[in-house]
Structures are given as structure tokens and as C-alpha cells.
Design a protein around this ligand. Structure first.
Ligand code: NAG
Ligand code: NAG
Ligand code: NAG
Ligand code: NAG
Ligand code: NAG
Ligand code: NAG
Length: 268
């Protein structure tokens, strides 16, 4: 009972403090572009405030930093000290709070041990910490992958994915990856919590307009063919850790014809 209360309290604090982009993370760092996601067929039992999502969100924002904090002496000093280093390094009080809440909940030794075991795989990390369920006989097949519009000027492109699972799925990831003609990585990953057997749909929006605030190594969204690869995975896609597997992947493409017409300039 106590631990549930701790998690809830920390969750609330975290959600109040967190800046939106940090919380509604786009999964892995290093994948570019501006993305959003909406579920078209919603899983019934997934709760926005559940502990698995909380843990994975936290791990995505802090897992690199935990390693550095351990190296810098956080190992001998317990949750509070370790997490204050993490808070300092990430510059986020919210991440520090989440760190503290999770660390106290699972125990310091387990917190650090799981980190060392999972390396930088947030989902496996949270499975080791028993915050995310493990399901190994799951499956998923992508039944439909379409991009709308198929061809058009810079602007929003909607990637619609439908998939079906016969046995249900484990805690995993939806990873979308786009090969752009200019070679910059473009993609996003989203946590997929365990699902019951059934059919599910997700609609990703790619805001395919150059970011005016971007100074270096920027996606230009130049005219050309963009190849889209969609993965549905158990665990983190391409992870070599246990409970990880690519259930299915499919490819499609869309074409950017050029800059938007002048009367349609994006407001961003
Ligand atoms: C956090 O950073 C500040 C300034 O960089 C430093 O003065 C402070 O000691 C740091 N706190 C911890 C716990 O590392
Ligand atoms: C579904 O689960 C059963 C029982 O564990 C297993 O034998 C079967 O291979 C699984 N099906 C798929 C598609 O993975
Ligand atoms: C695939 O998805 C598109 C867009 O949502 C829809 O128009 C189309 O009917 C779907 N195709 C199948 C076979 O379900
Ligand atoms: C997209 O795929 C096609 C064929 O699969 C390939 O010829 C082309 O080079 C790819 N484009 C990019 C940008 O990767
Ligand atoms: C995807 O979502 C966008 C915005 O929510 C909506 O305008 C669009 O019609 C959706 N596309 C499909 C194929 O569901
Ligand atoms: C784009 O995808 C279509 C099928 O959706 C395929 O016929 C075509 O060859 C692809 N084009 C490239 C350049 O890969």
C-alpha cells in the first residue's frame, strides 16, 4: 500500500513539474523530426498514469545520466544523493523526483543493479525493476500501413498503422523510421504497453516542415521519396536483451513535392 502511495505522489509531482515534451517523449533520443501520435483503436486497459509508462518515460530521459551519476560517486550514497546528481545533470527537478520515487520504491541496490544489467534499454530496465509486465509468447502482424497524402508539399503527413495480435503482446515499442533523401535520421518511438488479443490502430503525424529554430544538422524536407519503415516490437526494437523481438515490420513511402504554397506557410 505504501509503495503505491509513493508512486502516485511522485507521479503527480512529476506530471505537474514536467514540461510536456519531456513527458510525452518521442522515445529514443537521436531520432529526429517533429511527431505526434494518436490511437485510432485504443487498447482498453492502458492507463495513462500507470507505473510502466512512468518508469519508461523516466528511463528515456535519465538512463544515460544515471550511468554518469554512478561513475561520479553516486553509487555509495543511496537514492537521494544519486538522484540529486541525476537532477543536476538533466537540469530537471521532475526527473530527479521520478528517480527518487522509483529508487526508493524498488530499493537502491536493485535500481543500480538493473541499470548495469540493462545498459541503455529503458524497457528492459523497467522490466527488471518489475514496473513493466513481461509477455514472451506475444505476436503482432501489421495489417495496414498507409501514408496520407501519398504525395504533396511540405506539411503534415499522416502515417496510419493497423496491426493485429493473436496472443496479445508484451511491453514493447512502436518504432517508425524514415529514410529521407538528405540522409538525416527521422523517426520516433512510442511505448506500447501489453495488449490483449485484438486489432489496434495508431495514427502518427509527421510535421514535415523545416524547423526554423534549428541551427545545425537540420532535416530540410527537400523534395523526394521518403521511405517509411514501421516496426512493432516486444521490448525495445533491435535490442539484444531478453524479452525483445521485432514482431513485424513493413515499409511504405511518400513523396514531398516541394515547399508549401505561400498561403499555407506553417505557423511554427
Ligand atoms: C548541482 O550543480 C550545482 C551547480 O552546478 C552545484 O553547485 C551543486 O553542488 C550540484 N549539486 C549536486 C548535488 O551535485
Ligand atoms: C501463442 O502462444 C502459444 C502458447 O504459448 C504458442 O504456442 C504460439 O506459438 C503463440 N503464437 C504466436 C503467433 O506466437
Ligand atoms: C488502410 O488504412 C487506410 C487509411 O486509414 C484506409 O483507407 C484503408 O481502407 C485501410 N485498408 C485496409 C485494407 O484496411
Ligand atoms: C527508398 O527505397 C528505394 C527502393 O526500395 C531506394 O531505391 C531508395 O534509395 C530509398 N530512398 C531512400 C531515401 O532511402
Ligand atoms: C490521422 O490523424 C489526423 C489528425 O488527428 C487526422 O486529421 C487524419 O484524418 C487521421 N488519418 C487517418 C488516416 O486516420
Ligand atoms: C513506394 O511504394 C510503392 C508501394 O507502396 C512501390 O510500388 C514503389 O516502388 C515505392 N517507391 C520507391 C521509390 O521505393
Amino acid at each position: 500500500m505504501k509503495s503505491v502511495a509513493v508512486v502516485l505522489a511522485v507521479l503527480l509531482a512529476y506530471q505537474c513539474l514536467a514540461v510536456r515534451p519531456a513527458l510525452r517523449h518521442q522515445g529514443r533520443p537521436g531520432l529526429g523530426g517533429s511527431w505526434s501520435m494518436s490511437q485510432t483503436f485504443k487498447p482498453s486497459k492502458v492507463n495513462d498514469r500507470d507505473k510502466c509508462k512512468f518508469c519508461v518515460d523516466f528511463a528515456h530521459s535519465a538512463i544515460q545520466t544515471i550511468g554518469e551519476a554512478i561513475v561520479e560517486g553516486g553509487l555509495t550514497k543511496g537514492c537521494q544523493e544519486l538522484c540529486s546528481i541525476v537532477a543536476n545533470k538533466t537540469g530537471s527537478e521532475a526527473v530527479g523526483l521520478a528517480c527518487d520515487g522509483l529508487c526508493v520504491l524498488v530499493g537502491f541496490d536493485e535500481f543500480v543493479h538493473a541499470f548495469e544489467k540493462a545498459d541503455v534499454d529503458p524497457i528492459y530496465y523497467c522490466e527488471l525493476l518489475k514496473q513493466c509486465p513481461i509477455v514472451d509468447n506475444g505476436d503482432a502482424t501489421i495489417t495496414n500501413l498507409t501514408v496520407t497524402p501519398k504525395s504533396g508539399p511540405q506539411g503534415d503527413f499522416f502515417v496510419d498503422v493497423e496491426y493485429e495480435t493473436k496472443n496479445g503482446t508484451g511491453t514493447g515499442e512502436l518504432l517508425i523510421y524514415v529514410d529521407a533523401p538528405d540522409g538525416y535520421p527521422l523517426g520516433a518511438s512510442f511505448l506500447k504497453e501489453p495488449l490483449d488479443p485484438g486489432q489496434y490502430g495508431v495514427n502518427f503525424t509527421l510535421h514535415a516542415v523545416p524547423d526554423p529554430g534549428c541551427v545545425a544538422a537540420c532535416e530540410s524536407f527537400q523534395a523526394g521519396v521518403y521511405n517509411v519503415t514501421m516496426h512493432v516490437c516486444n521490448g525495445q526494437c533491435m535490442s539484444h536483451w531478453p524479452h525483445s523481438k521485432i514482431y513485424d515490420k513493413k515499409m511504405t513511402n511518400f513523396t514531398i513535392t516541394g515547399p508549401p504554397p505561400p498561403d499555407m506557410k506553417p505557423w511554427l
